[in-house]
Design a protein around this ligand. Sequence first.
Ligand code: FAD
Length: 262
Amino acid sequence: AALWAGGQMDPIGAACMFNRAAVKPDEKAGDGIVGEWYWFGEQPFMKVNLNGKRFCNESGPYDYMLHSTVMQPGHTYCDIFDSDYVEQVKQMNEVGCCRLYPFDNGSPSNMSINLMPKMFFDPLLEKGYLQKADTPEELAQKLNIPVDNFVETFNRYNQMAENGKDEDYNKEPYRLMPLKTPPYYGIRTGAWFLATLDGVRIDTNMHPFREDGSEIEGLYMAGDCSGGFFSTSYPNLFTGLACGRTMVEGRRAGMLAATGQA
Ligand SMILES: Cc1cc2nc3c(=O)[nH]c(=O)nc-3n(C[C@H](O)[C@H](O)[C@H](O)COP(=O)(O)OP(=O)(O)OC[C@H]3O[C@@H](n4cnc5c(N)ncnc54)[C@H](O)[C@@H]3O)c2cc1C
């Protein structure tokens, strides 16, 4: 509607992906597959591609992970964790919306570690997404990835974790923990669309403007539909930046519309 009224889109379109969607062992991300919601996917456990090999530092922000994933066969990887995950997630000390323990200042996280089995693991096991196995060999078979490659990767990862140094991708030692408590778990994971990063350009009065720069009065825009903010990149280490932007802009637009002042 804003474009119809003469508004201008950001000159460069951009979008961001999110690594919390699971597919089944006989599926790859994309190709019309919707998949299942998998909140746990952001935790920086070992991740391997469909050749059974690691391909990046799993500890990066989620867009980094996904840009690495897109380069992998089938745009898909497997997320691997073991039965010691409760303690390991605590030590990984994730930030932002994927954090599963209260923050240091006592604020609750979006989701709790205690919810994971009931909300995700049990239903995903039942539906055939999450795989559970007593050995890495069995896990690779169930995930439908090359067993030899995976076992080699698994053993190398554990050895590097014991040594406290990731020789391949330099993951921080406190997030590099050996997987040695069976049963082991694995799940094929890919990207879901998170957000558009472009939008209709607005001025500081929250109005979209025409090509000649003139304001479209009476029309206010805020939040995700507006542009000029992310500049093609979603800096997700600024936790709350997107929600914060929406709230600040929404408040300002509302006040301007109601009183002419903000
Ligand atoms: C899974 C996920 C996790 C996220 N995590 C974070 C995070 O941790 N931190 C953070 O800051 N941000 C996060 N974000 C982004 C943040 O949630 C959004 O940027 C923010 O909610 C956008 O708010 P909004 O009001 O601009 O848009 P929306 O929340 O999308 O609101 C738009 C509203 O318009 C309604 N609508 C659409 N079309 C019409 C129509 N024609 N007529 C009437 N109504 C219509 C929609 O139903 C919707 O209610 C996350 C987003 C997702 C999807």
